[in-house]
Design a protein around this ligand. Structure first.
Ligand SMILES: Cc1cc2nc3c(=O)[nH]c(=O)nc-3n(C[C@H](O)[C@H](O)[C@H](O)COP(=O)(O)OP(=O)(O)OC[C@H]3O[C@@H](n4cnc5c(N)ncnc54)[C@H](O)[C@@H]3O)c2cc1C
Length: 507
């Protein structure tokens, strides 16, 4: 690998990881005039938002729904700046159909605000004060986030960006900063409404990794409101891969380079500044060191500490070690005959199987179903992707991994069979992913997914900053504000791009 391809007249940035966070940062930097090299250890870009193909079916690896495609939404803003077309997409309506334990009628999270209001008033009588509080906090938080605050601030420039994003309306949120959703339910006199709590636990866990009792209220206000107009969730035409493919297209058009199957083994630090990375070409085994003015790490914060090795600042390392355990995921991918899908099946469903209504290990499923013509299955067939939250540790400790995987797969299919018609004659293809699979394909530490959990001590103002304690080393992705999801990691990428640009301006 020759460094002669680096344009010496432009600042050189190395991006570790071609997930949506890394690709977004890379494409924006290339468009704004930087020399950019992206390295990814996988075969295809996209990380948790990539896809794989089997027997004519296309499966989304992790992410299946996209927020931020509406005008003003983060993907829309970034694609407009890059002058590339947004992927074609259909709105998810309902965003999700949620089946609580023992219930056969779902709670439909409608896209239309009025329809959703009627639904929740019918489903959860007396809960409107809670939803009104959520709406008020969402309006203020959404406008604030739209003004691109830097959270948490780590220097004067960051602080100034934060201050500039604040308006009088933002102060409405201040008294709620240290409250959880559980606190808000109690304040609204709904602390004992177990059905509402179960619904919130299920929905929040998808975004925050934790239950209502632990989720930061300000984070939840966004997570619970983003499914309705004028925002909304979308199902991409073709597959999730189209999002990464378009970003790669923009990156390469603007002179940036992407090398797949290239692993970054360590980050070099000199005098408190990131100066280079050590790269291994997986095909040839060649190892070399590439210098950079800036290094952007699109990895989990746990992986970042590993890449730094004994150069990791001790306070930072300790903070990472003390984080509560992250989530793992177990995912079943099914290619089925269309006859396995009930009529009018919504694109996304959530099922819970524990009669006590308490979310635990592997007792709920989030399901994404393809629809005819969406590019995921041949005519007359469909894909079903079902994921559940699992404790990642047991997948590394088990003495019999194949049997554990088999047991989880059978249980998931048995649960799904209560809604779908899954028989040997309707299941054409099946495969499962465990934390070990995610570790292998995305290189995420122990296969953890979804970020660090939006508890009070780790959300927004108290989370991990994009600006690391090491100069010229930046963290993007779902370990940072505003959290998991393709939209969340795109915000983090935009922040890092602005921070890098500000550094050059102030030299
Ligand atoms: C089962 C599941 C369902 C989900 N559903 C949704 C959903 O519906 N909607 C939504 O918006 N989000 C969803 N998410 C979350 C979303 O997929 C992620 O938050 C987001 O895609 C993470 O993007 P990222 O850029 O932070 O990191 P990643 O996607 O993890 O990308 C990191 C990249 O870095 C590469 N890499 C790592 N280490 C190295 C190294 N040392 N050298 C070279 N390359 C390296 C990896 O190969 C990977 O490509 C889901 C996630 C899962 C697991």
């Amino acid at each position: 690998m020759s460094s002669s391809v680096v344009d010496k007249n432009k600042p050189h940035v190395i991006v570790i990881g071609a997930g949506i966070g890394g690709l977004t940062a890379a494409a924006l930097l290339a468009h704004r005039g930087y020399s950019v090299l992206v390295l990814d250890q996988a075969i295809v870009p996209g990380g948790c938002a990539s896809t794989f193909k089997r027997q004519g079916f296309t499966f989304d690896v992790g992410a299946t729904q996209v927020a931020g495609l509406e005008p003003g939404g983060i993907h829309h803003r970034i694609f407009s700046e890059l002058e590339i077309d947004l992927p074609a997409a259909t709105p998810c309506d309902p965003a999700c159909a949620v089946y609580l334990p023992g219930e056969s009628t779902p709670i439909n999270v409608w896209r239309d605000c009025e329809k959703w209001r009627e639904e929740r008033q019918r489903q959860f009588p007396g809960s409107e004060p809670f939803w009104q509080l959520m709406a008020t906090l969402f309006d203020a938080s959404w406008e604030f986030q739209g003004r691109d605050p830097v959270l948490p601030p780590r220097n004067l420039w960051d602080l100034w960006q934060l201050i500039q994003a604040v308006r009088p309306s933002t102060f409405i949120t201040a008294p709620f900063t240290l409250l959880t959703v559980g606190d808000a339910l109690r304040l609204c006199g709904l602390g004992n409404d177990q059905r509402l709590r179960t619904f919130l636990d299920l929905q929040l866990k998808l975004y925050s990794q934790v239950s209502a009792d632990e989720t930061a209220l300000l984070y939840a206000a966004t997570a619970l409101s983003v499914s309705q107009l004028p925002q909304g969730l979308y199902h991409l035409q073709g597959s999730m891969q189209v999002l990464s493919d378009r970003l790669v297209q923009a990156l390469e058009r603007d002179g940036g380079r992407l090398l797949m199957r290239h692993t970054v083994e360590s980050i070099k630090i000199e005098n408190g500044k990131a100066t280079a990375v050590v790269i291994r070409n997986q095909k040839t085994g060649e190892i070399w060191t590439e210098s950079a003015d800036h290094v952007v790490a699109n990895v989990t914060v746990q992986n970042l500490v590993q890449l730094l090795g004994n150069q990791a600042p001790s306070g930072y390392q300790q903070r990472v070690e003390k984080l509560p355990p992250a989530s793992g995921a177990f995912v079943v991918y099914l290619g089925v005959d269309a006859s396995a899908i009930p009529l009018n099946c919504p694109p996304h469903l959530q099922f819970m199987y524990d009669a006590n209504g308490i979310i635990g290990e592997n007792n709920s499923l989030f399901v994404s179903v393809s629809h005819p013509g969406d590019g995921r299955a041949p005519e007359g067939k469909a894909t079903i992707i079902a994921s559940s939250f699992v404790d990642y540790e047991q997948w590394w400790q088990t003495p019999d991994y194949p049997s554990l995987k088999q047991k989880y797969t059978e249980e998931a299919i048995a649960h799904l069979n209560k809604y779908f018609y899954l028989k040997p004659e309707t299941i054409i293809y099946q495969e499962a992913a465990t934390p070990r699979t995610f570790a292998h394909y995305t290189a995420r530490d122990r296969g953890i997914v979804g970020g660090i959990g939006q508890r009070i001590p780790t959300f927004g103002p108290f989370g991990f900053a994009n600006r690391t304690p090491i100069n010229s080393l930046w963290l993007v992705g779902d370990s940072t504000h505003p959290g998991e999801g393709t939209a969340g990691v795109s915000y983090s990428a935009l922040t890092v791009v602005r921070q890098i640009q500000a550094e050059f301006k102030h030299r």
